[in-house]
Design a protein around this ligand. Sequence first.
Ligand code: CAA
Length: 387
Amino acid sequence: MFDFITEEHKMIQEAARDFAQKSIAPIAEHFDETGEFPIDTIRQMGQLGFMGIVVPEEYGGVGMDALAYSLALTEICKADASHGTVMSVNNSLFAHGLMKFGTEEQKQKYLVPVASGEKIGAYSLTEPMSGSDAGTMKSRAVLNDAGTHYIINGVKSWVTSAPYADYIVLFTMTAPEKKHKGVTAFLIETDKPGFARGKKEPKLGIRASATSEIMFDNYECPVENRLGQEGEGFKIAMTVLDAGRIGIASQALGIAEAALEASIDYAKEREAFGQKIGQFQMIQQKLADMKTRVEASRLLIYQACLAKEEAAKTGARYSLEASMAKLFASETATYVTKEAVQIHGGMGYSKEMPLERYFRDAKITEIYEGTSEIQRMVIARSLTGLR
Ligand code: CAA
């Protein structure tokens, strides 16, 4: 039906499904419970090429397109959203910006190890007092008198993978008076003096994906580690988030698919009042609505992937398509996982089954990489051209 899905796409989807079901699904509960970072399986995902799917082979990736990335990420998240979070940050939030805006030297030094999964990348935009309003950050980078280094100070928050990241794409102010036009991006090496990590955030869901604050205290960043030009940072951050939002939509789809499949199985097995619960119209209505929203999410994600590929040729933006996919798929994930818990009754609420984990994991997809409110703002602005 979808002739844009090639044999290659099906192969990477199959490879991801196979790895996810054999190696991730059996350990997902343990890592959710303990909140440990699943470093071994993350490294294996790197060896299999999942950490740099859209990155060209000469930069350590497998050189496939947005659809391949989305299909693989959905399969990983169907087994465990936490593994998917690490994969999406490496692929979209770290690698995409570097691919688009990095110098050859920066790509060789930072993109190759992250895309090949040898190193872990992160992306840091948010601050304690600047989340949705991303252009109002308080951290600063000041060029030293010799013009060789930027001195960075400040605190960034909610940085996914920060506790384990080797490199971070950081967005900070070089010219605060220019507001968003004063934001500049830098490549940070986390083993250098002046960099520190805060405590791991205790989270509701995606508990095996580590998140923390990061602190800069007179951190010296060489000029050659500036990503793009001074003042270009906000545009880079937003460009990267468009790619990232397709990843989060794919993650949401994976979580929703897992919850839906479990619910269908349960509806066919569980009996009440002398019949299978799937024979009750109230359960049928839930399953029908869950399935319809899952498939609508998938179509919006396909559309966003195709728009991203088209944009790579034309230079156009695909913010509208990416935000619609993220908005609908994330709200579908919270809806479907909530209904899945309800269909399973007490078992849905129990840690004996993964439904309550899906329910907790789904919520973040409506929050990170732009809340649902921000996605609606992006969509409406794209329609009217008004700000
Ligand atoms: N691509 C390229 N440029 C873009 C763009 C995009 N998608 N979106 C905006 N821009 C440009 C605009 O064209 C404009 O450029 P000019 O000044 O040259 O005209 C500039 O950026 C400013 O645009 P806006 O006036 O629209 O900016 P704004 O301040 O009103 O903000 C916003 C727009 C959409 C609300 C944006 O701030 C936003 O997306 N906020 C949410 C941020 C977010 O998603 N944060 C979480 C990310 S990180 C995370 O979740 C943690 C993690 O580790 C996973």
